[in-house]
Design a protein around this ligand. Structure first.
Ligand code: NAD
Length: 285
């Protein structure tokens, strides 16, 4: 069994982004800028935003976090986005999800300028991904594809079982795999007999948020496992959606949690933001 080391690869990608930032700065005098909207006090969201901010600092980006109270109005968030859309120092805009119940998330995501949509959540970029066209791709599934490529795992013709069908993880993951010519199944909460589907898979990619969802008897010998889930176990440790201890012995490759997909997500955010800055600069000149 080989570990798919997302931590090591993300560090390599960060070095590349850092070089890109220096190159852009020497050519244009400006560095990529990322703006983050963080609403409310959710500790997990705050921790993710903090990690993203630190990563921006490491590679030399300009970054700003707009922290807003839980009871913020739709209009106030929209005004902030309009402002960031116009701000020439901002190349990427990230709305930390989930937003509070009173907020229409779809409307907020649709307001982000697609050329600054470094999370790839705007329907324009979602549509481009679905059609196999270039555009911004959600960072987590993009990170998974990079990790597979790093280990020379070609998904073409492979049976891939994506478990979890959210707009930010499962659906874009499935689209990327399909665009790379895999045979893709998407399973979710209403899937009958999940085991029947996972047992047929050469690659299982699970992002659900349920500890130990994927057990030993659901995996055939030699399967590749990508564990996208992040859960806090009773003992306080971070764990994925896979019963790692019992499943890993049966796999050919597996991502650890932590140290697998998580760091890749942040690396892809940096990479998408650098790309946005490079494109924005070209368009301005
Ligand atoms: P979500 O709640 O939006 O979606 C969960 C999906 O899982 C849904 O499609 C649902 O139908 C499915 N599901 C739920 N229970 C199921 C079950 N018992 N069997 C099969 N399918 C089931 O969640 P999300 O935002 O997509 O996040 C999913 C997980 O991925 C979470 O653990 C989250 O923390 C993690 N995540 C990790 C990263 C990363 O960087 N590694 C990034 C984003 C999300």
């Amino acid at each position: 069994m080989t570990l798919l080391d997302g931590k090591a690869l993300s560090q390599k990608i960060e070095i590349g982004v850092g070089i890109g930032v220096k190159e852009l700065k020497s050519r244009t005098g400006s560095v990529p800028g990322l703006a983050v909207v963080l609403v409310g006090q959710d500790p997990a969201s705050a921790a993710y935003v903090n990690m993203k901010k630190k990563a921006c600092d490491r590679v030399g980006f300009y970054s700003v976090t707009h922290e807003m109270p839980e009871d913020i109005s739709q209009e106030a968030i929209e005004n902030t986005i309009v402002m960031m859309n116009k701000n020439p120092n901002i190349d990427g805009i990230l709305i930390q999800l989930p937003l509070p119940k009173q907020i229409d998330t779809t409307k907020i995501l649709e307001l982000v300028d697609p050329s600054k949509d470094v999370d790839g959540f705007h329907p324009y970029n979602v549509g481009r991904l679905a059609t196999g066209l270039n555009g911004f791709v959600p960072c987590t599934p993009l990170g998974v594809m990079e990790l597979l490529a790093e280990y020379k795992i070609d998904v073409k013709g492979k049976n891939c079982c994506v478990v979890g069908a959210s707009n930010i993880v499962g659906k874009p993951m499935a689209a990327l795999l399909l665009n790379a010519n895999a045979t893709v199944e998407i399973c979710h909460i209403f899937t009958d007999n999940l085991k029947k589907h996972t047992l047929n898979a050469d690659i299982i990619l699970v992002g659900v948020g349920v500890i130990n969802l994927i057990k030993e008897d659901m995996v055939k010998e030699g399967t590749i496992i990508i564990d996208i889930g992040i859960n806090r176990a009773d003992n306080g440790k971070l764990v994925g959606d896979v019963d790692y201890e019992n499943v890993s012995a049966k796999c050919s490759y597996i991502t650890p949690v932590p140290g697998g997909v998580g760091p890749m997500t942040i690396a892809m955010l940096l990479s998408n933001t650098l790309q946005a800055a490079q494109i924005n600069y070209k368009e301005k000149n």
